[in-house]
Structure formats: C-alpha cells, structure tokens
Design a protein around this ligand. Structure first.
Ligand SMILES: Nc1ncnc2c1ncn2[C@@H]1O[C@H](COP(=O)(O)OP(=O)(O)OP(=O)(O)O)[C@@H](O)[C@H]1O
Length: 277
C-alpha cells in the first residue's frame, strides 16, 4: 500500500541553487528505504520535504494521500517523525521525560495516557529508568535513542532518519540497526534513512535509491542497486565491505541475526554472487 508519493518534485533554494530535479519516488507501507548519495546530493533537502520543513518549488509530496503543504502541516507531522543527524539539534528539554513528553503535550495527550506512552516509548528504545536524566549528558547513542523515543511516542506511520549511524561506534551502530529493524518489524513503522555509509545499507534497507546532484539515478531492491557498481563508482560511492558487515554483525553478542530481516540473508546472497560473478 502506497504511503509516500513524491511526484515530479523540484526544489530551488533562495539563492537559485537547484537542489532537487524531477524527483519521483513511491514508498510503500512497511518499507525500509535507504536514500544514498555523496555529500551535497540532496538527501537532507529531500527529507525536509517529507515532513513539510520545506515545500517543493514544483511538484507534490503526499503522505497517505494527504499533500504535504502548510495547511496540512500538523496532520503530516503526526504521520512523519524525523530523527536528525545531530541529536543536539533535536533535544532541548532538561529531562528525558520532558523530551519525550514534548510532542505528546502538543497533541494534547495528558494524564495517565501521557505517562503510559512515555514509558512505552522508552522501554522500546531500552532507556527505561532514564526519565530524570538530562538528555545533554547522555552518550551519542543514548541521545539518538531519546530522539527516536520522542518520535515513536507520537506513533508515526513513517520515521525518517538522516545519517542515523553517524558518530556512533560499532557497538552503537549494530545496536541501532537491531532497534530500527525491530521497530519496523514489530510496529510496522516504515523507515526511510539517508546515508553515505553504504556498509549499513544491506543490514537495514529493503529498497535503495541513489541520489546524485539532485537527481535519482537508480532505484530498486538492495541487491539490484548494489549490482550497479559502475554507477556507484561514478558518483563516488563504493560497495559495502563484507568485512565491515561481518564486524557489525559479530560485534554485539546481543544482536540477534534472525531478527535482522531478509536484508542480512540478502546481503550474504549478493556478496556471495558478487564474489563469484
Ligand atoms: N540553505 C541552503 N541554501 C542554498 N543551498 C543549499 C542550502 N542547503 C543546502 N544547499 C545546497 O543544496 C544541495 C543539496 O544539499 P543537501 O544538504 O540536501 O545534500 P546532502 O545530500 O544532504 O549532503 P550531505 O551528505 O553533505 O549532508 C547542495 O548543493 C547544497 O550546497
């Protein structure tokens, strides 16, 4: 079922910079989609169109059929949760509890429901007991989880993550990958993430779009896109490293490979066939 549709979108910044050119993307409910591309490709610009932080110069973006535009902004923000690259840009309350409560209070959720929802979201991200802590004194990985809990608490249809693993150590990366996969699988929440870390893509994404100089130059399943190695090289990206994938999987004993959905199996399959092609 179609969840997000981006149709013929162009985006021009005020200084005349054409950051997105004729973008057409359809994302289905439950998908895990990676948008990969080098620096300056337009990933962040595209993401800001998903929740209305930016409006397309031309073309349309819809979420569950609802156009992303100023008059629908509050409804869109309930459907689309954003996790920024730098958690410090997102966390501004003095306790973890207040941080997760912030969006809920804006939705007029109060009383027992408020407490229940906060406890639920913190439990999912593994931060039960952190309610009174200051988000600013947490580790990078913990901050990312607080940001994720704040978004989850709003029960969005889709979570959009900009460079989710940037600045995390290998343990933090594998832990976050497992968490995001289980949120997708168990809660049915669609995930879209932008990255130029190709190593995490087979562990997290079912579908991939390659973005370069504001244009989608290729899209398909993870295997289909990573078979196009000439295109990857042309835009300055490389294939995921087998060693890195194995390290990520092996790094964390708690990481249950079976809970990483098809992508790990798929990654193994395409790495194998790549080697013996
Ligand atoms: N506020 C702005 N005003 C003018 N141009 C901008 C602005 N923000 C971004 N750009 C330009 O738009 C293009 C796309 O930038 P964007 O930040 O979306 O790329 P990105 O793929 O997210 O890059 P990175 O991986 O480095 O974060 C770049 O050429 C960038 O210089």
């Amino acid at each position: 079922m179609e969840l997000i549709k981006v149709s013929e979108v162009n985006y021009v910044y005020n200084d005349g910079n054409l950051a997105l050119k004729n973008i057409n993307i359809t994302i289905s409910k439950g998908d895990k989609v990676a948008i990969i591309g080098p620096n300056g490709a337009g990933k962040s610009t595209l993401f800001q169109l998903f929740n209305g932080l930016l409006q397309p110069t031309s073309g349309t973006v819809t979420v569950e059929g609802l156009q992303v535009c100023k008059k629908n902004l509050s409804k869109i923000r309930c459907k689309v949760g954003m996790v920024f690259q730098d958690s410090d840009d997102q966390l501004f309350n003095s306790t973890v509890f207040q941080e997760v409560a912030y969006g809920l209070l804006n939705m007029h959720i109060t009383g027992e429901k408020l407490y229940e929802t906060i406890a639920w979201a913190l439990e999912i991200v593994g931060l039960k007991g952190y309610e009174k802590r200051s988000p600013h004194n947490l580790s990078g990985g913990e901050k990312k989880k607080v940001a994720l809990a704040s978004v989850l608490a709003m029960k969005p249809k889709v979570i959009v993550l900009d460079e989710p693993t940037a600045s995390l150590d290998p343990h933090g990366v594998s832990n976050l990958i497992e968490l995001l996969n289980s949120i997708n699988k168990e809660l049915g929440i669609t995930m879209i993430f932008a990255t130029h870390d190709v190593d995490i893509v087979p562990l997290l994404a079912d579908r991939v779009y390659l973005l370069s100089k504001g244009e989608i130059i290729c899209g398909g399943t993870t295997e289909e896109v990573f078979y196009r190695k000439e295109i990857l090289r042309k835009i300055g990206l490389r294939l995921p490293r087998v060693a890195h994938l194995i390290e990520l999987i092996a790094h964390d004993e708690a990481l249950e490979i079976d809970r990483l959905p098809l992508t790990v199996g798929k990654a193994k399959k395409w790495l194998y066939s790549w080697k013996y092609k």
